[in-house]
Design a protein around this ligand. Structure first.
Ligand SMILES: Nc1ncnc2c1ncn2[C@@H]1O[C@H](COP(=O)(O)OP(=O)(O)OP(=O)(O)O)[C@@H](O)[C@H]1O
Length: 814
């Protein structure tokens, strides 16, 4: 547009149009259209004369972005000749609002000036050339830098969160699979467990920090290049360690890995919002230290490692990052972060005053963030140690919240251990009346309290009640072990038999220190369960019911790990590995990860682990479950040889195993001991007698039956098929057995159907199996018979499932 629509200005614009066509090839014509203020253009026009500047103003206001330039020539006649003019331009269309004096406006002005000169001098060839040249521009690589400086805290926080969530998952999974408990049961100190985690993660954190700093330098980011290397490296390392210890602390509250990961993700989201919204700019980042914000804010937030790191990174990026000058596109580098800057307050030019209060925050020196991160490391390490002890574990073990005030925690004993008589009297008192119990069981109870006898293991009135409620007793409380009394001499193996839920595993768990007894105590090689568990662990080996193995470790590494825990000298470890693995036939897979083993192989490895460190007492909960008969026999022969000079207590469902291994067999039902003795004793006492099998000609069998019944009164015929007779003889008929066997051996009777042949072709006498004795015991344990017992178990199981019972295990603190 141009104005006024006078002959002179039209002539100048015509020259301008001609020159423009010559220079650019873009033909613009003067269009004499009568443009109205509200006219919407349907096609591109050229140069349009308009009535006045007001029209230009109103038209461009009402129709934005359709006019490139307008020129308003002065109507003032002079003197001298007046060529004053004003260019209106559209910043959006010409330079997208940033380059007002850039090429297009200048070209336009040059074109108008050229036209004016030609008009004034009447020389249509008059030419005016003006070039505009910018200062050299720095290539715009600084853009990346801005991102690193502004959002570095977010990126590096996310990187750290990978380690954080991995720690949460690993530790809680180990807890879930009871790997930690297994290590502790084998004698590992909890403090060593946490220290090993701290060290292995510290190594990882240091490596990550180093790699980050080196790559930061290589890529030339200001935050790294413009700062002291040690300062950045130490800050990253402190942050990594603080996050690792924070993760340790959280694991003490989580029992399931899924919950731990959810907590990790929640912290990731909170941290991410924090880092990206708070610490991406100095305005919000430093608000915590403004006089208008309560200092309670930063005092609370300093317990979050990512808050301290965010603040430090903001300081770092303020001092190191270059600022991009929008006008000149150049980067003015920051002053840099030197070691001495750690102790200097952040210069006020980097801190934005808050307009509301007009106050400038007093931001502490960067080193304060280091101190806070160090505080986080120490605090969360301590809290991990503390809460790990006072929060009840899966088995209900926990310490008194003030455990650290008790001298016994530090191994200081003011009182001498109670002598045997006092100990026995104390534990006898808690026992209930056990009238009507089996004679052997009653004798064992008496033996357990006999101070004159020497036993390697003495269990006195051991009880375990799984309570429904933490505070009150209820009828639904489960008495898993009921006044158990047992003794065992060195060199013996005790086999605990019993139905599912009889209380075998609970007994083993109490004796191995996995779960505390509700009442009662036991002396293992003179050490009390209640007061000397630490000493017991040094002489104990445990093979838990469920394999507790590290999937990623090989059999060899497992043995090396547990041998280390048991303080076996390194020179002996190789011999131990070879011998033990060969004994249970795992030598061929010694270097394969345990995760790839079959169930039976895992079981053999678990069994083997329990024997490491030559323990004096070994607990094995169903050690051969899932093993094939060949390997089971290898394990049996290993256990048989290994028990010399030791005590082995095992639980099993295999009568054969109890028969082979058990020097003493105990049968439990409903948490109570029902019978005990060696296998022959139990078979004699509870078995249904002997089985006699005879083979004769089928035609002679009526005569043979008559003879047998006359010689063995009370005998029962169990089977009669094609001349094969099977008799069951009750124990009560035992006196008649020797003369009967003599008669069988003499075998004088002749067959009537086959002349010249003997009446009895073959015979055999066997004692009935331990299994039968066991079934009878179980039947007797329930007055309504075995079936009723099974029904009761089923109902219990169902009601447990319905009420979601896995009752809390409440017991006194250690
Ligand atoms: N943490 C617990 N909370 C509540 N009840 C429990 C708990 N642990 C075990 N019980 C109950 O205590 C009883 C004894 O269980 P235990 O595991 O000792 O039996 P078991 O003889 O080892 O059985 P199995 O042969 O099946 O291993 C069972 O009725 C069981 O349901």
């Amino acid at each position: 547009m141009f104005t006024p629509n006078s002959p002179d200005s039209t002539a100048i614009m015509q020259i301008f149009a001609n020159n423009n066509a010559k220079r650019t090839g873009n033909a613009l014509n003067i269009e004499n259209v009568n443009l109205g203020l509200n006219d919407k253009l349907e096609k591109t026009l050229g140069i349009v004369p308009v009535q006045d500047a007001n029209f230009i103003y109103n038209y461009t206001l009402l129709n934005p972005n359709v006019t490139m330039f307008a020129i308003e020539f002065s109507t003032d006649p002079g003197p001298p000749t007046n060529y004053r003019y004003q260019i209106w331009f559209n910043g959006t269309l010409t330079a997208n609002d940033t380059d007002f004096f850039g090429d297009q406006v200048l070209s336009f002005q040059r074109g108008i000036d050229e036209a004016i000169i030609a008009f004034a001098t009447n020389d249509s060839n008059a030419e005016l050339n003006v070039n505009l040249k910018d200062w050299p521009k720095v290539p715009p690589t600084q853009l990346n830098d801005e991102i690193v400086s502004s959002f570095g805290a977010t990126f590096f926080f996310c990187a750290e969160m990978i380690i954080f969530i991995t720690i949460l998952n690993t530790i809680v999974t180990e807890k879930e699979y009871k790997l930690k408990d297994s290590l502790v049961m084998m004698g590992l100190k909890v403090e060593i467990y946490w220290l090993s985690y701290l060290l292995s993660n510290a190594w990882l954190v240091v490596a990550c920090s180093l790699v980050t700093c080196v790559f930061g330098e290589i890529f030339g980011f200001f935050v790294f290049r413009n700062a002291n290397f040690a300062v950045v490296f130490i800050a990253f390392t402190l942050f990594g360690l603080a996050m690792a210890t924070f993760a340790f602390f959280i694991t003490t509250f989580c029992r399931r890995s899924r919950v731990a990961i959810l907590v990790g993700i929640l912290i990731l989201i909170i941290g991410l919002l924090f880092q990206s919204f708070v610490f991406s700019n100095a305005y919000v980042g430093y608000i915590w230290w403004s006089s208008s914000v309560s200092s309670a804010g930063w005092i609370i937030l300093m317990f979050l490692p990512f808050f301290n790191f965010g603040k430090f990174f903001l300081d770092l990026s303020n001092l190191t990052a270059g600022k991009l000058d929008q006008l000149t596109q150049t980067v003015i580098p920051g002053p840099g972060f030197h070691w001495s800057d750690l102790y200097n307050s952040i210069p006020s030019k980097f801190i934005t005053p808050y307009s509301a209060s007009g106050s400038t925050p007093v931001v502490p020196a960067p080193v304060q963030s280091w101190y806070f991160l160090l505080m986080n490391i120490v605090l969360y390490s301590f809290l991990t140690w503390y809460f790990d002890k006072v929060i009840p574990d899966e088995f209900g073990n926990y310490r008194n919240p003030l455990f650290f005030l008790t001298p016994s925690y530090y191994g200081i004993k003011f009182k001498k251990s109670a002598d045997l008589n006092t100990w026995l009297a104390k534990n006898k008192k808690i026992g209930k009346n056990h009238d009507g119990e089996d004679e052997d069981v009653a004798n064992e109870r008496a033996l357990a309290f006999d101070a004159t006898r020497n036993f390697a293991v003495r269990i006195c009135n051991l009880n375990k009640v799984y309570q429904q409620s933490m505070f009150v007793e209820s009828k639904l409380d489960k008495v898993a072990v009921n006044d158990l009394c047992l003794t065992l001499k060195e060199g013996k193996c005790l086999a605990l038999l019993g139905q599912n839920g009889a209380g075998k595993s609970t007994s083993i768990n109490i004796l191995s220190g996995a779960t505390p007894a509700t009442r009662g105590d036991a002396l293992l090689y003179g050490f009390s369960l209640k007061t000397d568990m630490g000493s017991i662990r040094n002489i104990m080996g445990v093979c838990p019911q469920h394999d507790i193995l590290f999937n990623d470790l090989t059999a060899r590494e497992h043995i090396e790990l547990y041998a280390g825990i048991k303080n076996i000298p390194p020179v002996e470890i190789e011999k131990l590995v070879t011998e033990r693995l060969a004994a249970v036939r795992l030598n061929k897979v010694a270097n394969k990860p345990a995760g790839s083993y079959s169930g039976g192989m895992k079981r053999r490895l678990s069994m083997l682990i329990s024997t490491i460190g030559d323990p004096k007492i070994i607990f094995m909960d169903e050690p051969t479950t899932g093993m094939d008969p060949v390997n089971r026999r290898h394990v049996w022969s290993f256990i048989e040889k290994f028990k010399k000079g030791r005590v082995i207590i095992l639980t099993t469902h295999s009568m054969e195993e109890a028969d082979v291994l058990g020097d003493r067999i105990c049968v439990m039902a409903h948490g109570k001991l029902r019978a005990l003795g060696n296998t022959i004793h139990l078979k004699n006492k509870f078995g249904t007698g002997y089985r006699i099998s005879l083979v004769t000609n089928p035609q002679d069998s009526p005569r043979l039956k008559e003879l047998v019944e006359s010689k063995l009164p009370g005998v029962n015929l169990e089977d009669d098929s094609a001349g094969a007779l099977i008799y069951e003889m009750p124990i009560s008929s035992l006196p008649t057995l020797p003369p009967f066997i003599k008669w069988l051996e003499e075998n004088d009777e002749m067959s009537e159907s086959e002349p010249g042949k003997k009446l009895i072709r073959a015979w055999g006498v066997s004692q009935k199996s331990l299994e039968e004795a066991f079934l009878r015991l179980i039947r007797n344990a329930n007055p309504k018979g075995y079936d009723a017992y099974e029904r009761l178990e089923e109902t219990n199981e169902k009601s447990d499932q319905v009420s979601g019972l896995r009752q809390r295990n409440v017991s006194s603190a250690k």
